[in-house]
Structure formats: structure tokens, C-alpha cells
Design a protein around this ligand. Sequence first.
Ligand SMILES: [Zn+2]
Length: 49
Amino acid sequence: MAVKKVSLACTICGTRNYMIAKKADRTVRLEVKKFCKICGKHTLHKESM
Ligand SMILES: [Zn+2]
């Protein structure tokens, strides 16, 4: 199965903090709470290309 690499960007400052592997057949946009070192706290991160 095809796996595509996507990055997760902080929705507050826009920094791409995480790289994750995602299955290509998943069309849902990922939204995850992750720690952002720029913001210094947990923020919502969204999938970006
Ligand atoms: Zn941030």
C-alpha cells in the first residue's frame, strides 16, 4: 500500500514540527495536538504538503 509523507504544521505559528507517514487512501485531513517548541506549548497541528 502506498504511503505518503506529510508534515504537520502548527496552526498558531505555522512551523512544520513533525513528519509523519500517511496512507495514501486516507483523504481525511489530520489534526493532532502536538507540542510546538516555537510556541512553547501544545497546539493544534494540521497536515500540510
Ligand atoms: Zn507553534
